[in-house]
Ligand binder design. Structure first.
Ligand SMILES: [Zn+2]
Length: 320
């Protein structure tokens, strides 16, 4: 069931857009929360962040049509960076952060699932360079399968890590029904035009009692509430939906899950990215690493207080 109310050509944005009903409750009633713009690539037009008057979900409305979304993901989008793109002086820091965050995710997940083992069947949707599965294999011996739609990423994971990965969406791959213990979606769901479709598919492929691990930006943390349109994790229009624990609970419930755990967490230096934007400094993908260095310096005073600067929610839901 589509929640698209109408499609139209936006002159302001120079693209096809669609107005939608609330992705969680289907209500067409919402009110403007604030306006934001694309600060990463500087494409024209303002985006309305609206709050559903029925269930309080925060989402972008109207938004680029599915066909128009591709243009918002150019090849130099930082999420597509491969380890070989990381400048030498940055490598130790990036590796330290990646390891720490991956182990943190495993810890949050295992609090619910119990210790994972070599027998655990895990699928990571939107796996990127496979950090979570890499560390799971190293620490628990389980060989998970990654899923990512970017061919360069798939090729890198296969050739450099020699780990199993499928290209496409979770729906494209079509894992056997009831064959998977854990489906992970790390910083993925907020990009989805139709979260329900991928959640339904996760429900189908999971074993009864299997777990869904979702990491998403936390719109209730003080960085989100303080920086608003300059919050780094807002990243419109690549991020389309901002679930809080309540609205996420409602969403997964409709797809046959029970939300059993939600953790808030921050990443050292991360808040510097929002400070950078709030100061009106412009981001350029060409100078991504210089930006990270500068933002890291700005975020350094907050680093000792990382648990107090929540940027993400880590939620675990159980298949009913
Ligand atoms: Zn709603």
């Amino acid at each position: 069931m589509s929640n698209i109310v109408r499609t139209f050509e936006s002159i302001e944005h120079g693209e096809a857009q669609e107005e939608i009903a609330c992705p969680v409750c289907g209500s067409a009633d919402s009110e403007l929360a604030f306006m934001a713009k694309d600060r990463l690539f500087g494409r024209p037009g303002g985006y309305r962040l609206v709050r559903c008057t029925e269930c309080t979900l925060l989402f972008v409305n109207p938004r680029p049509s599915f066909a128009a979304l591709g243009a918002h993901y150019p090849d130099n989008y930082f999420a597509y960076s491969l380890p070989s793109d990381v400048p030498g002086f940055f490598e130790p820091l990036i590796q330290w952060l990646t390891r720490g965050i991956s182990l943190q995710r495993i810890k949050y997940l295992e609090k619910v699932t119990g210790r994972l083992s070599a027998d655990t069947q895990i699928v990571d949707v939107g796996c990127g360079i496979n950090s979570l599965l890499y560390w799971l294999k190293k620490k628990r011996g389980c060989e998970g399968t990654g899923v990512d739609f970017k061919p360069e990423v798939v090729e890198w994971v296969r050739s450099q890590l020699g780990m199993p990965i499928e290209q496409g969406t979770l729906q494209d791959v079509g894992f056997d029904e009831g064959s998977v213990d854990v489906v992970a979606m790390t910083e993925y769901l907020e990009h989805e035009s139709d979260p329900r479709v991928v959640l339904d598919e996760a429900q189908r492929v999971l074993k009864p009692g299997g777990h869904l691990a979702i990491e998403i930006p936390d719109p209730t943390g003080w960085p989100a509430r303080t920086f608003k349109s300059t919050w780094w994790n807002l990243d419109v229009p690549r991020h389309l939906v901002f679930f809080d624990p309540d609205t996420l609970g409602k969403m997964v419930e409709q797809c046959g899950f029970e939300l059993v755990s939600v953790k808030r967490f921050g990443i050292p230096f991360y808040v510097g990215t929002s400070i950078y934007q709030a100061l009106g400094l412009r981001y350029s993908a060409r100078f991504h690493w210089a930006f990270l260095l500068l933002a890291g310096v700005m975020g350094a005073p907050f680093a000792p207080f990382t648990p107090l600067t929540p940027e993400f929610l880590y939620a675990v839901a159980r298949k009913k």
